[in-house]
Design a protein around this ligand. Structure first.
Ligand code: FSX
Ligand code: SF4
Ligand code: SF4
Length: 304
């Protein structure tokens, strides 16, 4: 693969610089990645695969280029061709080859009930492999871990009450097992593709990004949605929508959680810049550790 300036501009959404990096820095990082470094292992537990689909939906170049070429992907349950024991063997081979150097991406929460057996991710040499086993084993030996999406980062929907399978976040699993590997949480259900690609670009070019108290990159999760919302003037004028169809009114009485939510959705916009949640509905606070139990009922006013 030849990484061109055009590729860079595509990854960066057509802008001349990305997260403050020079074109040269990012091109160098992408060129390094195409040589097969660093290796990325992407594992999935209790989730809906929406995080991977989000990446697929909105990133240009397409997911094959990002996952296979830019980040040197070695394992991904959704997009790889291998399956069964062969896939598990590849995963363990890659973990051995890049021991201490690979990056682990975890998508989905980690069920701990029944000793992890509510989430079987494979079999290897006649033994069950659970998501719990894999998170501990691969997390322990990784250079760094990205917990991608609400479920991996904070438990999310699979950990919602009554949480029958005992789902925990990656950081909780690490805490319970004394694993000290650097960890970054990328909130969102699902995360915006730029939050995922941008965090990886930051790691490749500048190292681990600065994070907030929830280990989320400040680059993306430092600004309040309500304070930056195009409907703020209506909120200030107390003009509140009573139905979904009303366009020129604030949605707080329909349940919008914008005042309690910190993310840059209002300027990143979703679906390749077509729209975002508050345009046609409400913010449900999906990037916050309180999601979903702490922001429920979603469609009733709980803030503001
Ligand atoms: Fe969770 Fe990923 Fe929500 Fe889904 O698998 S963040 S349920 S959008 O996609 O983990
Ligand atoms: Fe925008 Fe929601 Fe705040 Fe209203 S409550 S101004 S819709 S973020
Ligand atoms: Fe999540 Fe709110 Fe952003 Fe929508 S606007 S993606 S609900 S944080």
């Amino acid at each position: 693969m030849t990484v061109t300036r055009r590729d860079f501009l595509k990854v960066c959404g057509g802008t001349a610089t990305f997260l403050g990096f020079s074109k040269l820095q990012v091109l160098e990082a992408l060129a390094q990645a195409k040589e097969g470094k660093p290796a990325v292992l992407w594992i999935q537990g209790a989730g809906c695969t929406g995080c991977s689909v989000s990446l697929l939906n909105a990133v240009d170049p397409d997911i094959a280029k990002v996952l296979l070429e830019i980040i040197s992907l070695k394992f991904h349950p959704t997009v790889m061709a291998a399956a069964g024991e062969m896939a598990m063997a590849k995963l363990y081979d890659a973990a051995k080859t890049y021991d201490g150097k690979y990056f682990l991406v975890v998508e989905g929460g980690v069920p701990t009930g029944a000793n992890g057996h509510y989430c079987m991710v494979g079999e290897y040499k006649g033994k069950d492999v659970t998501m719990l086993d894999l998170t501990k084993r691969l997390g322990h030996r990784a250079a760094g871990v990205l917990a991608v999406g609400a479920c991996a980062a904070f438990g999310g929907i699979p950990a919602a009450k009554p949480n029958p399978t005992g789902v925990k976040s990656v950081q909780q699993i690490f805490k319970d097992n004394g694993i000290k590997t650097p960890l970054i949480n990328i909130g969102g259900c699902p995360p915006h593709p730029t939050w995922m690609v941008g965090t990886i670009a930051h790691i490749l070019t500048k190292g681990l990004p600065e994070v907030d108290g929830y280990k989320r990159p400040k680059l993306f999760f430092n600004n309040n949605i309500h304070d930056n919302c195009p409907y703020l003037k209506h909120y200030d004028a107390q003009k509140f929508a009573k139905t979904w169809g009303e366009k020129d009114a604030c949605r707080v009485k329909l349940g919008c959680k914008g005042p309690d939510t910190n993310a840059d959705c209002y300027k990143k916009i979703w679906n390749n810049g077509v729209n975002w949640c508050v345009d046609n509905a409400i913010c449900i606070g999906c990037v916050e550790p309180t999601f979903p139990d702490g922001v429920s009922p979603l469609y009733e006013q709980t803030t503001g």
